[in-house]
Ligand binder design. Structure first.
Ligand code: GAL
Length: 669
């Protein structure tokens, strides 16, 4: 799918005609329509105006463009707000938000639910059999939370179902502290603004509640649409992992295709490619390894600290192929044509304000031409990696709780650091959920997976005992799934596997670092060499801790301060496998060297550092190899077939010059 969000309601007939011609020129085949169109589709309660949407779908169909049709429920019209003020969202401090932007609703409010299902049903009825309809796009980026009374009563119902009794809830939240004991369900509230620190268990459960509540809202719209169109796939677009209000692992099962919006975090080519790799691997993981859809990306630009920055020419194309290499079946954008007015009028678009006579549109045409040569790849399945990184929404949320040892430790930052180190070492990686079946992996990394149930820990234990290589970082397995500390030394639930015991946390201020010395030897690149103990080997940041080895061997120790001489990095044989522990966030190079050598020893296949090689397989025995060289020297990749981008045959070895890429249709192997 190539194209993106299309908002013809902002334009006149002359522009529509121009759009048709430009879409043909760019070989656009997909338009996402109607995302925020509620006020135009239902200008007054129960009265509908579908003429413009009828005309749009007919026109797109005639032009060979398939439609991803959205339900517009992410932006209720002004009349809705005025008629149902109780459905407006309320912030933790009790203030209510007004219309005038978007996403102005409480998803738990009965009036909002009713109105949403009504408009979804109308769309299902009217467009269910339209030949342009390719897919339903429910809502847009579910992600609003609300602290109102409707949310409070839905939260209580959710808590009752989870805990069964108030006694269990009191126990789980540790309400014996600070006189928070609840004697009646009616006393339980959302974590509204409080005088001092909120209750960690309550805050965590509220995040989980909203994930489930929003999922229920998605499912009810989905089911209405499905009743009209049992054959048409239905999805919703997820925000990237950092901004996600929901736990994507539970949503992955409910969507027909995982669809993700990804706005790059960096304009730098290498950091950008690492970001794409992480988010793509995550998106693929959510769908259980299926192909997925990149539903939105920004053409050309990255907004960095509020300042619009351009990706360099050509990168929109190569970045789009990076997503495809990691399982995306689409390159869809927000948006087709830049708006003249409205909150996002400066947001980049495939057709910019300057019009088609522009660098941006020329790149759009080039991308369309390239993607048209890759149509055969769609639907093929990405080959699973041999290494995996664990990502856990509850740990991300729990580590954001105020009152923890450091506000600077974020699960996703550590997960990205570990994933990035593997990526820089040329090692392909899957992203897996806590508790996932790990048996197919040779190497599993657990990066600041702060909350860990005894059953997730048991699956890690079984994985190592069975011969797996496990790398665990600081801040993993510290608390149970209710955010209650595992006692008798951290990380209580993994101590035996790791052969260590942590007594105290010594987190670091952001600008400081800790020196590490090798305990008997070290890696240089991927080679282990003996070194004198005094030589500083690595540095760590973010976190250090007072750690005892209890069975583990010490690979590196802290070189100074109160922790001088104490273990920093350890290795423990457990059953048939090995568990490694990193008590600090190693510098990027050190992390890449260490993980690279562990992966080598575990037999994980790797390409040269900085080179990313992935494969997708079709059902007919065909496969496609994608290679990107982010390094500074040429790389050689074993493969035979034909380069779909250039038409050149490859026999045995593909040369990928620095900064270049290739897509090879491989001969049947
Ligand atoms: C997305 C959203 C789009 C648009 C875009 C701008 O999060 O779904 O509607 O607002 O951001 O970057």
């Amino acid at each position: 799918m190539f194209g993106g969000d299309y908002n013809p309601e902002q334009w006149d007939a002359a522009t529509w005609a121009a759009d048709d011609a430009l879409m043909r020129e760019a070989q656009v085949n997909t338009a996402t329509v109607g995302v925020f169109s509620w006020a135009l589709l239902e200008p007054a309660e129960g009265s509908y105006s579908f003429d413009w949407l009828d005309a749009t779908l007919d026109r797109l169909h005639a032009n060979g463009v398939r439609v991803v049709l959205a339900t517009p429920t992410a932006s209720p019209p002004p009349w809705f707000t005025l008629a149902h003020p109780d459905a407006l969202p309320v912030r933790p401090d009790g203030s209510r938000l007004w219309h005038g932007s978007r996403d102005t609703y409480c998803a738990a409010a009965p009036a909002y639910r009713e109105a949403s299902l009504r408009i979804a049903a109308e769309l299902g009825k009217r467009y269910g059999s339209h030949p342009a309809l390719a897919m339903w796009h429910v809502h847009n980026e579910y992600g609003t939370m609300c602290w109102c009374d409707h949310a409070a009563s839905a939260f209580r119902a959710w808590l009752r179902a989870r805990y069964g009794s108030l006694d269990s809830l009191n126990e789980a939240w540790g309400t014996a502290f600070w006189s928070q004991h609840y004697s009646s369900w009616d006393e339980v509230l959302p974590p509204r603004a409080t005088q001092y620190l909120p209750n960690p268990g309550q805050s965590l459960d509220f995040r989980r509640f909203w994930s489930d509540e929003l999922l229920a809202r998605y499912v009810e719209q989905r089911d209405v649409l499905r009743s009209h169109t049992p054959e048409v796939p239905i999805t919703t677009n997820f925000m990237g992992p950092e901004n996600l209000v929901m736990d994507p692992w539970s949503w992955g099962r409910e969507v027909d295709a995982v669809a993700v919006d990804h706005y790059l975090s960096s304009a730098s080519p290498v950091a950008g490619a690492a970001d794409i790799a992480f988010v793509s691997d995550w998106a693929r993981g959510i769908g259980g390894g299926r192909p997925w859809l990149l539903m939105e990306q920004a053409p050309s630009t990255v907004i960095s600290d509020g300042v619009l920055t351009h990706r360099s020419p050509g990168r929109m194309l190569s970045d789009s192929l990076e997503y495809v290499a990691r399982g995306s079946d689409s390159a869809l954008f927000f948006q087709w044509r830049a708006s003249r007015a409205g909150a996002e009028m400066y947001h980049p678009a495939l057709v910019p304000h300057a019009g088609p006579d522009s660098r941006m549109f020329a790149e759009t045409v080039a991308l369309g031409a390239t993607l048209s040569r890759l149509g055969e790849v769609a639907g093929s399945v990405p080959v699973p990696a041999s290494a995996a990184v664990m990502v856990d929404a509850s740990s991300q949320w729990a580590l954001q709780t105020r009152g923890l040892p450091s506000p600077h430790v974020r699960h996703l930052d550590v997960a990205r650091a570990v994933h990035g180190a593997l990526w820089r070492s040329g090692i392909g990686c899957d992203v897996v959920a806590a508790g996932a079946d790990l048996s197919a992996y040779s190497l599993v990394a657990v990066p600041a997976v702060y909350l860990m149930s005894s059953s997730s820990a048991a699956s890690l234990r079984a994985y190592v005992a069975g011969g797996g290589q496990l790398v665990v970082t600081f801040c993993s397995g510290i608390a149970d799934e209710q955010h209650r500390i595992w006692l008798d030394g951290y990380p209580g639930v993994l101590r035996d596997v790791l052969g260590i015991r942590v007594e105290e946390f010594h987190p670091l201020q952001p600008a400081t670092s800790a020196g590490l010395v090798a305990d008997g030897g070290s890696w240089t690149g991927r080679l282990w060499t003996e070194r004198p103990r005094t030589e500083r080997l690595w540095t760590g940041r973010l976190w250090t801790e007072r750690l005892r080895a209890e069975g583990a061997s010490v690979l590196a120790a802290y070189d100074s301060g109160d922790l001088a001489g104490l273990p920093a990095v350890t290795k423990h044989s457990f059953g048939a496998g090995t568990a490694w522990y990193l008590s600090t966030l190693l510098s990027d190079d050190a992390l890449a060297a260490l993980l690279g050598s562990i992966a080598d020893a575990a037999g994980v296949p790797a390409s040269p550092p900085g080179v990313s090689v992935t494969r997708r397989e079709g059902t007919d025995g065909r496969s496609w190899l994608f290679a990107f060289n982010h390094g500074s020297s040429a790389a050689w990749v074993p493969t035979s077939g034909v380069d779909l981008l250039t038409g050149v045959a490859v026999a045995g070895t593909l040369e990928v010059p620095p900064g270049r890429y290739a897509v090879i249709r491989e001969e049947a192997r």
